[in-house]
Write a protein that binds this ligand. Structure first.
Ligand SMILES: [Zn+2]
Length: 488
């Protein structure tokens, strides 16, 4: 089971940055007939310089074919009174938006309020990225993008508060950046890009790290909390991360299949009544989603850099737990073999990256492509860099350098990756990268993932067609002597 989407779900909204603004957001959920029926959302700005015909904000009606929320009873007010707006819709793939345009200039303090309703679930719904505002017994969970309108690039002092006066006693409100009411400095979009949970939420927390769930699961969720807390501390160290917040949310799915999705400083994993769950079988998806917190490049247009975010998530979800002794070499080889079988037998493997992204929500086989080609391209890049620099440098240096560049505010794309590889190793991998991007065949190299991991060619059957195709078999010199994992 892999994850179903990466961190690259971002809007193409790149208009002005309005600095040093104060913004307060109040969320007021309503409990009716034994569930959350709706939530009132209010934004208050200490000033918002927008003029007649400007877009005031937009609401994400759907993303990646997952329904978001409409903004019901939409109202905008400023110091002159009510502000009329004109509404229109747009569909830049893979989003659907409702836009609110101003009919006059704004004046002074501005208040925008609306109501969102949880997504009604239909029997035909199936597992898709966890972006929706969805109820389960006792509460609800949501990606920020479904409940919070987009106001463009706004930075400043943000405060979030919860009004629980219409909820049962003991109700909680949590997002990745804090529990209950809090104030933070930063970009308003970070709140749209993280997870929320509300209602009768249970948790295991340790400082700013926490695992949250609503429905009590049949598996040992506390063991998962303990494992992920240790994993997070180690990954945070590896990726030179100074920020303390990180929160994981578990959601019960009404489906027969579940996945996981990563957002800002948080991720969500699903479970259901049919698929068995244990810490062992969740370890790789937990690691994959957690890695998404760090390596990524600007993904505009959608899918142009998902080979990097998904590839790095796959690569480090194996390599870091292996280096840390959290999984055995045998387990790592099993994971790598599964990635190999999935990619080289995938009938869509010769599609170009953007072409695959364009159909990925209709054809889930194409949706898996960035994972496989990304991970083997990165593992090969690591082998080549180590060879070229006599083991002085590795892929880690490239990934960490890109992270430093991103933290310094640089917008990074595919060329940044290639330039950084060249700076670090002297290698020009443009040709290899072109082969990967266009879906050309390339073999994984021995020494990828770990120096003693070997790979040989084998014949395999293409999934669904049975056609004979070239795939690969991984092995290691002597994995029986390998240390057992410290924690099972
Ligand atoms: Zn992913």
């Amino acid at each position: 089971m892999g994850s179903i989407y990466g961190k690259n779900i971002r809007e193409e909204y790149t208009e002005r940055t309005e600095n040093l603004m104060k913004c307060r957001i109040c969320l007021k959920p309503w409990w009716e007939k034994g569930e959350i029926s709706r939530m009132d959302v209010t934004f208050s700005f200490d000033g918002l310089k927008r003029y007649r015909e400007d877009e005031l904000c937009r609401m994400q009606l759907s993303a990646h074919m997952v329904p978001g929320c409409d903004a019901l009873d939409f109202q905008a007010r400023d110091e002159l009174g009510d502000v009329d707006v004109e509404v229109s819709c747009s569909e830049p793939y893979p989003y659907r938006y409702k836009h609110f345009f101003l009919k006059r200039d704004l004046q002074g303090r501005v208040r925008v309020s609306y109501t969102v309703k949880p997504r009604p679930l239909l029997p035909t719904d199936r597992c898709a990225p966890y972006l929706d505002f969805r109820c389960e017994e006792g509460g609800a969970t949501s990606g920020g993008g479904s409940i919070l309108a987009i106001f463009g690039e706004i930075e400043g002092e943000l405060s979030l508060s919860w009004d629980m006066s219409c909820m049962p006693a003991g109700s909680r409100g949590i997002c990745a950046f804090g529990e209950g009411d809090f104030t933070m400095e930063g970009s308003l979009n970070r709140l749209r890009e993280c997870y929320f949970a509300l209602g009768q939420v249970k948790s295991v927390t340790s400082g700013d790290f926490g695992l949250y769930w609503i429905t009590e699961p049949p598996f040992d969720i506390r063991a998962i909390a303990e494992y992920t807390r240790d994993l997070f501390a180690k990954m945070q160290d590896f990726f030179h991360d100074q920020e303390s917040n990180y929160r994981i949310f578990a959601r019960k799915d009404p489906y027969t299949h579940s996945g996981g999705s990563a957002m800002e400083r948080s991720y969500m994993f699903g479970w259901n009544d049919t698929e068995p769950v244990s810490l062992e079988n969740k370890k790789s998806i937990l690691a994959h989603e957690m890695v998404h917190n760090w390596p990524h490049l600007c993904d505009e247009p959608f899918g142009i850099t998902s080979w990097y975010s998904e590839g790095a998530a796959e690569y480090y979800s194996v390599v870091l737990p292996l280096r840390m002794g959290l999984i055995s070499a045998r387990t790592a080889l099993e994971e790598i073999q599964k990635m190999t079988d999935d990619y080289y037998t995938n009938p869509t493997r010769h599609m170009e990256n953007l072409e695959a992204a364009g159909i990925c929500w209709e054809d889930r086989r194409a949706q898996k492509l960035p994972y496989g080609r990304g991970v083997f391209f990165l593992a090969n890049t690591d082998v080549k860099i180590r060879h070229a620099t006599r083991n002085k440098k590795s892929l880690d240096d490239v990934v960490l350098s890109l992270l430093d560049q991103a933290r310094a505010g640089k917008v990074l794309g595919n060329e940044s990756f290639l330039e950084t590889v060249k700076e670090i190793s002297g290698l020009d991998l443009t040709q290899d990268w072109e082969t990967m991007r266009t879906g050309g065949h390339f073999a994984p190299l021995s020494g990828g993932f770990r120096e003693d991991f070997m790979v040989t060619q084998k014949e395999a059957e293409e999934a669904g067609t049975g056609k004979k195709v070239v795939s690969y078999q991984w092995s290691a010199m002597d994995i029986s002597a390998d240390r057992l994992p410290q924690r099972l």
